[in-house]
Ligand binder design. Sequence first.
Ligand code: NAP
Length: 248
Amino acid sequence: MHILILGGTTEARALAGLLHGRFRVTSSLAGRVASPRLPAGEVRIGGFGGVDGLVDWMAGHAVDAVIDATHPFADRISFNAARAAATAHVPLLALRRPGWVPVTGDDWRPVASLEEAARTLDGLGDRVFLTTGRMGLAAFADCPQWFLVRSVDAPDTAGPARTELLLDRGPFTLEGEREVLARHRIDVVVTKDSGGAATAPKLRAAREAGLPVVVVRRPPVPAGVTTAASPEEAAAWAAARPGASRAR
Ligand code: NAP
């Protein structure tokens, strides 16, 4: 049985580790990060060329099941996966780690988009810690505030005029996040509701410092797609596929 994992997340790498050796596993990465952490098993890098390209790739590589373990905000590839899987009659599972939930003391400002996040910053202070990734920077281009932009690789699109870049990759520690907020005298944090432990310490650090956090809500999983919340649950789904017992 050949399983295609659409990856680019910690959970996708964990899942590849769980399935490797039991099935033929290919992880697909978009190619956004210059030196990605590679999962176990086979790896391919780069877009497929839309829905049709993904359908062709699955047929050409005899894919028996697809697990969309992409980031909760990578909605185009998730939509393409849903369309391609339906067209090719290949079973699809979406692995989505649970979103974050506010606790007592949190001052969260939920918004629907990066654009709304940019508008919401008005009146929340001048020094913004922006952790939404380099791809959506353009949404903040007209903001007058000063931004500490943290991303894995340097942005290649224009962002806000007053910006300092912090190149770093999670997992982050609570101590480290406290230090970032204090050293840069941050007034407000902006994040996507990515979920997971690797980038959660900034939320606690913001709570401790009494800072507001603008939280961009997740796009929905495509209609009709079954979901799993953990790599273990996704591995169990794969093991329950017809033909899984014939897997190598
Ligand atoms: P996206 O907007 O949903 O997808 C844009 C295009 O990139 C897709 O149409 C597809 O190109 C290609 N693509 C995306 N993920 C792919 C994958 N795993 N394998 C092959 N092609 C892929 O994606 P995105 O938000 O730019 O995210 C890109 C990657 O970064 C994803 O793998 C995601 O897991 C990871 N990531 C995203 C975020 C985030 O906040 N969005 C955060 C952390 C990690 P074609 O149409 O040509 O196939």
